[in-house]
Design a protein around this ligand. Sequence first.
Ligand code: PLP
Length: 450
Amino acid sequence: LAGIPTQESEVRSLDRAHVFHSWSAQAKIDPLPIASAQGSYFTDYEGNRYLDFSSQLVNVNIGYQHPRLIAAIQEYVAKLATIQPAFANDARSEAARLITELAGPSFRSVFFTNGGAEANENAIRMARLHTGRPKVLAAYRSYHGATHGVIGLTGDPRRWGTEPFTVPGIVHFWGPYPYRSAFYSQTPEQETERALQHLRDTIMVEGAGTIAAIILEPVVGTNGVLVPPPGYLAGVRQLCDEHGILLIADEVMAGFGRCGEWFAVHHWDVVPDLITFAKGVNSGYVPLGGVIVSDVVASTFDDRVYPGGLTYQGHPLACASAVASIEIFKDEKILENARFLGTDVIGPELEKIADKHPSVGEVRGLGVFWAVELVKDKTTREPLVPYNASGAAATPMNDFAAACKARGMWPMTHFNRTHVVPPCTTTEAEVREGLAILDEALDVADSFCD
Ligand code: PLP
């Protein structure tokens, strides 16, 4: 690693001088240099070790420095470091076979990308070309990526900064969110029924014949770990079938173990037409994403050219690491661990934490995918910070996050929520350690309650 700086001060000063960071005012940030990582922890240059309750950007599902995953990449790079996508490649072929198989029998092939946004870009292009229709429906309170096309799908305030320069033809609708129902629902059943009626109405007024696809996160991730109430996803599938609309499941965050399944849709037995993935497929050891294409959509492009491609798609190192990662998931029963952590540890412990703290309005989730929603007042449910650009960096949440970090746990906060999203490989003892820190740090949030 000759030429790479070894001192923290140099890493930090070079970063500030030359690295343009995402989602940031460049003069207002001071990113923490990270020296190393292992298992569920990462460590800074001063030797402070953090239990990662964020899995980085909810992507390190297999934990850090998994020895088998590293060995697979090392072995493959020594064999063939790169080959462009027009050639057939053993690692790519096998990764595509495995991923298609995991998705289910109606899927045929994988269009690989380098990440989630590119996957959604291509899913939408496929849907528009397959149906010959222009519009795409996407949910408010969603995140689908930050490239030019899909930032328009994204239904959170991060989209605002790019408007009005988003692509045309995107229409937003409200998905279910029982705790803050847009439909005045009192029960999950009512929420399902009313959210579906709202979607049906949206389709009607937009014109069913103009809509290529509905894209949604089966479990909404960054915008709240919103687990759909019973019957919702099946209802959306039915609406799509009635109107010849494709269903795109964005499983970039929810897939590959996060919800305790290979894909979150499996939890509800719903079969989409296209599934997009990234993150957990190989935990970001090498960038990888893709679109899993159903037989029906794939057949559109049997004799017709698909107009799209990327120099690095299906990169052999990324694909070799995906194959290894899937094997490790199976051998080490990582899905089972994720389910166990959700049902036996995180869920019950968060309920106890909610009872203790006035700032906790609701806890919800499944697998290793949980949100703790913070409020000023449990009765009014007023969020601890507002859902807008200023709320993202507001004092109560920053103070709460600082209290977690000071105790050795790295949280994932977003507006008035903190998410409990450790690697799927985290042990029960580690999860309990992190939850104890969360419990203590919530005293800070409590002090901001009315
Ligand atoms: N879709 C979802 C549901 C995501 O959570 C993300 C990233 O957080 C993306 C898409 C975008 O993925 P990427 O950042 O790899 O482009």
